[in-house]
Design a protein around this ligand. Sequence first.
Ligand code: ADP
Ligand code: MG
Ligand code: ZN
Length: 607
Amino acid sequence: MNIKPNNDKEVRKRLLAYYAIVLIVIFVLNWVVFPMIAYQKQVTSTYSDFLNALDDNKVVAVEIEDAQISYVVKEGERNLYFKTGVVDDPTLIEKLHEKDIPFGKAIPERPNIFLSFLMSYIFPIVLFMLMGRFLAKNFQKRMGGAGLNIGGQKVARVYKPEEGKKTFDDVAGQEEAKESLIEIIDFLKNPKKYEEIGAKCPKGVLLVGPPGTGKTLIAKAVAGEADVPFFAISGSEFVEMFVGRGAAKVRELFDQASKHAPCIVFIDEIDTIGKKRDGSMTSNDEREQTLNQLLTEMDGFESNKGVIILAATNRPEILDPALLRPGRFDRQVRMELPDLQGRIDILKVHLRGVKTDGNIDHHLIARMTAGVSGAEVANIVNEAALRAVRMNRDTVSTHDLEESIETVIAGQQKKNAILSDEEKRIVAYHEIGHALVAAKQKNAAPVQKITIIPRTSGALGYTMQVEEADTYLLTKEKLLQKIEVLCGGRAAEEVVFNQITTGASNDIERATQISRQMVTKYGMSERFNMMALETSQNRYLGGDSTLTCSSETSKLIDEEVLNIIKTSHENAKKSLEENIDKLHELSNYLLEKETITGDEFMQILNK
Ligand code: ADP
Ligand code: MG
Ligand code: ZN
């Protein structure tokens, strides 16, 4: 939607050229063309000339003023305009009477110098300038959108509803978020209703949630629903090389917005400018000024004026508290990762634009994508469509979606990777090890698929378990089960080949992560009871947590973690040793088939 700077320059260049041509045209008209069309000027003459003309009966009209006499002489077909001084000549009136020449205010309005200048220079210039403006605007529109300008630079993009209009229909799930926003849309549409009761609309609404949950999308949908001007800008666009420019942009933005009220201003990724101000050495003057300006502006206008500010962030905890106090972003709308039903809905929304074979198992696909964001679901649908094209089919099937989930999770199949037979055997046993340990557990998630086709991500094979439904609470037992399943691969290698390989590195990483969290976060160890040992930094972006304990305690944590993993490893081994026949049978079957489904697996297991 943005005009790139070089296009902006282009527009200005064209405009200059246009003005130059206009000026030339106007001068040519005035110097060459108009004088040729018998353009009369008033010529000064002597009084005797005037009398001579009178005597020759050439004068057709006279006007007598205090200090001058103007008269019109008829020369053939043309009227010539003259003026002369006033002479004390009492006979003049009589003479005029005699010849029956109209005098006094009888001369038709003669061309006035000022007026003619106005008409021949100023008026056309203004006219052409207006036209130029109009053309330039159209030109910009054609280029993809008008926006707010500051010093020739875009401050905000204006979403125009016609182009790719989004509505709440395009946003699946997120009902709570929609509810909060519907109120705002309603306020923009019928402010009276709220005024009458004395209710004030919130000035700012902060959309908070992990990446890809549809924050930007829902903001666009609000614009589509509200049908008011919508100024969108990203936080990073305020950050400039020069101190003060960002603040100026904020000022300009609010200036423009209040002129277009009622309207919506949307600041995406507000954390770039809204970071907590602190006295640290790395503090950034420019950013602080910009934030201060934003705070001031938000206080500066009345909410009833009808400017509502939406902002989105996935790091609410680093926002400056001043930004969150009542009167600024006093309302937070949470956008969470979709649950099972949410994913089904998102899948349906995105499948609307895709030709399917009419036989899509939404429920299965949604179950396979637990913990995945809306953006990833959208991506999976697209991958499936691409796959269908690759396979020369004209509809998308459930199988395409399943495959694309694997592609998104594990990467493309690496068809030409050459594994030796021995390696293949190890991978097969490794994967069946995972699956068998899982199958022997109580209430464990059923196995969906096992494959030993290598993936571009580096995985040589994998076992996919799919939960029946989303779980919100994980029991300690369940977590231990997970660790055990992760240990199952390595355990199978040990039990069968009596050797270990590097193939378990990812399993090891994940098992360690889970057991560490059990100890430090979930209070699931005897030793530390309910003591929190680490704090997480940003809950929506996953990742960094810091230990909040002494180094002695940290040592003890490591011991605890190790204990959990060791026990699980032992259990996995035991489980496989007890079912060693099935392990061999299933592994050989997988080796032959390369990919087997959960059903096949269960059939052989229960034979
Ligand atoms: P965010 O701004 O929260 O990081 P976006 O709004 O940019 O996420 O979402 C990216 C894409 O993911 C959207 O364009 C849309 O295609 C898809 N998406 C995310 N959430 C949803 C949802 N609830 N319904 C439909 N599509 C969604
Ligand atoms: Mg976004
Ligand atoms: Zn493994």
